[in-house]
Ligand binder design. Structure first.
Ligand SMILES: [Zn+2]
Length: 265
């Protein structure tokens, strides 16, 4: 784990990259901040989490770090121990954690719960939606530390790295660490309702677009040609053919739109 800081004092905000070792976009954003050393109005902690997995360009070494929180200092796995170290390093910091995905090119935010912080910060980020994980948060960083996760784009793409950079700056501006104004937008909120299981197969297909409603009765995925049919209408989220080992992704309901309230400035 690599820890650095912009500004002096005790940080109340943190930027985390590399929770997954095969998602280098956020690391680039942090390295750029370290190169440029922008003047900040509030100190910011910068963390590159799973260096060992990043070196090997794999999602994790022993287990998924973002399912290992709060972790255990005596864990047998690298990520189990790392989870504890990361939690103690983050303390009470409001944390911004960057990921990338195989499911959706446009950035979106993921939070445990749409609370006041999420309602304030997320509409100021260049994202198309906010996803609330609700009961599917077990083991994720935000089950332990107040965190806004962002999916920056497609894994390994140059666009995801550029998005990570824009998202980081928007977050730091939204929390008053960098000067300037953010652009506010109305954001739909999707709450995860179920996982979409994936049987072992040779060939996986996804027929639907993330965040676009699937009508009841429509086929939405197939494993070796065996289709799953929507029993009721739902919104697919984080859905991809080969992104996860055991699940295609999640079904969600659209629960709200966070409106961009006019600013006081
Ligand atoms: Zn990730």
């Amino acid at each position: 784990m690599r820890v650095a800081q912009l500004g002096s004092g005790t940080p109340e905000i943190a930027i985390v990259a590399g929770v997954h070792g095969d998602e280098p976009c956020g690391v680039r954003a942090i390295e750029r901040l370290l190169d440029e050393q922008p003047t900040v109005s509030r100190p910011v902690k910068l963390i590159v989490a799973n260096e060992k997995a990043l070196e090997r360009q794999v999602r994790f070494v022993d287990e998924d770090l973002n399912r290992a929180f709060p972790g255990d200092p005596d864990a047998e796995t690298h990520e189990g121990r790392l989870a504890t170290e990361l939690v103690s390093e983050l303390g009470d910091c409001l944390t911004f954690s960057m990921h990338s995905t195989q499911s959706h090119a446009e950035p979106f935010a993921i939070v445990n719960e749409v609370n006041e912080t999420a309602t304030t910060v997320c509409p100021q980020l260049p994202v198309v939606a906010t996803v609330e994980t609700s009961e599917f948060a077990e083991g994720r960083l935000f089950s332990t530390v107040e965190t806004i996760e962002v999916e920056c784009g497609l894994q390994g793409s140059e666009t995801a790295a550029q998005n990570a950079d824009r998202l980081t700056r928007a977050f730091l501006t939204a929390v008053g660490a960098l000067p300037g104004d953010t652009v506010r937008r109305d954001l739909p909120v999707f709450r995860l309702t179920d996982v979409i299981p994936k049987e072992r197969a040779e060939k996986y297909e996804v027929f639907v677009e993330n965040f676009t409603e699937v009508p009841a009765g429509d086929p939405f995925v197939a494993a070796d040609g065996v289709e799953q049919i929507a029993e009721e209408a739902f919104y697919p989220v984080l859905m991809s053919s080969n992104g996860y080992r055991n699940v295609f992704g999640y079904s969600a309901e659209k629960i709200d739109v966070i409106t961009s309230s006019p600013t006081a400035e």
